[in-house]
Write a protein that binds this ligand. Structure first.
Ligand SMILES: O=C(O)CCC(=O)C(=O)O
Ligand SMILES: [Fe+2]
Length: 369
């Protein structure tokens, strides 16, 4: 795990097999192999030109037809009243609110140095890819995506908007499986049943809840959140929500939950990773499960292994929507909820597994070394 790529060609091959991150679309400098493949296409071009004028005409009219077809397709896409709820890249203006400083997460490690003659000839995108670490494939670590666990009584169709197999990073989305009334009840009980903390410098309300037997507080960004034991209403919500994450048995449920209250569109959480020691997400596969309640807000993800700071993936999380981050996502990606011009409040419950309890926590005795 955590292997650093040692050659550009090996990195580029692992990178191209992963998700559609913008960096992956950019071309790396040509290696011998890619030159020979372009030779082949040049040879093809030569062969097709030798077919004579008739063939050239036919291919011209074919490509004209193709162009007008694609123009028609893009026009109808623009007219379509269906608005996407998730996507890739920054097409929805994900740079809004950028410049918010990182409030969580630790410093990135030092990166491997390249000799200056190499730096002069390599694009930034290629450098980013070179410096990007790769992880063991999930078949080796046994990581099962929660979306694939939902085969029991609650079959749920999860969409994985982030599938970075090379880094074993995943993020899933499930449209609300709950009724409007259920969501309203969840919102009301969570709102009324939580003693919301309002730390200075935090543009939202927050609370930290843990399973019985754990006393770990949650430290991040200079704040320390004292734990509150899961109240009965939390267990009720979990009983309703966990089967949609493929977790039917209470023994499999997450043992901690970070709660956020976004009172208005101006409330936000800045780019960060939930990479605190409690969850050990920098060193092993970690799962984070979230339930959104109230107004729709955009949840964005970006890789931390390249210089481009734009969101690479995003999802619009509406009332009752579920979302996951899985595998090594806390090591290689950051996420945020930027300020927005929507009106109305939103509550987000973000469940996690505390696997490294603090020294004085009684649950520490139960954890494997
Ligand atoms: O509100 C959200 O959707 C994200 C919250 C979050 O990132 C966190 O609690 O760590
Ligand atoms: Fe987070």
């Amino acid at each position: 795990m955590g292997k650093t790529a040692t050659s550009i060609s090996s990195t580029s091959s692992s990178t191209s097999s992963s998700s559609s991150h913008p960096a992956r679309k950019r071309k790396l400098p040509k290696t011998k192999a890619s030159e020979s493949s372009s030779d082949t296409s040049a040879a093809k071009r030569r062969r097709s030109s030798s077919k004579g004028k008739g063939a050239a005409k036919r291919s011209k009219s074919k490509s004209r037809k193709r162009r007008s077809k694609s123009r028609r397709r893009s026009k109808s896409a623009r007219r379509s009243p269906i608005r996407p709820v998730w996507g890739r890249g920054s097409e929805r203006g994900s740079e809004r609110g950028s410049g918010i400083s990182r409030v969580r997460g630790s410093e990135r490690g030092s990166e491997p140095k390249l000799p200056s003659y190499a730096l002069a000839h390599i694009s930034q995108a290629a450098l980013d890819a070179y410096q990007a670490p790769t992880e063991e494939p999930r078949c080796k670590t046994g990581l099962v995506l929660l979306g694939d666990l939902c085969q029991g009584p609650k079959v749920a169709r999860w969409t994985y908007i982030l599938k970075d197999e090379a880094r074993r990073c995943f993020a899933g989305y499930l449209k609300s499986p709950f009724s409007k009334e259920q969501c309203f009840q969840f919102y009301k009980t969570a709102y009324d049943g939580t003693s919301w903390k309002r730390p200075r410098d935090m543009p939202r309300g927050t609370a930290w809840m843990v399973a019985k037997g754990c006393t770990c507080s949650y430290r991040y960004g200079g704040h320390e959140m004292e734990p509150e034991e899961y109240p009965p209403w939390m267990l009720e919500i979990m009983r309703a929500a966990m089967p949609f994450f493929g977790l039917e048995q209470a023994a499999e449920w997450p043992n901690s939950c970070n709660l956020n209250l976004y009172d208005t569109g101006g409330s936000s959480v800045a780019w960060h990773a939930d990479d605190e020691a409690l969850f050990n997400g920098k060193f092993q596969d970690a799962r984070i499960l979230s339930l959104s309640l109230g107004v729709q807000r955009t949840f964005e993800l970006r890789p931390n292994f390249q210089s481009d700071s734009k969101a690479s993936e995003w999802m619009n999380l509406g009332d009752g929507d579920l979302c996951t981050m899985e595998g090594m996502a806390q090591k290689h990606y950051e996420h945020r909820v930027p300020p927005s011009n929507v009106e109305g409040p939103r509550i987000n419950l973000t469940w996690r597994w505390t696997v490294r309890h603090t020294p004085r926590c009684p649950a520490r005795r139960m954890q494997p070394d």
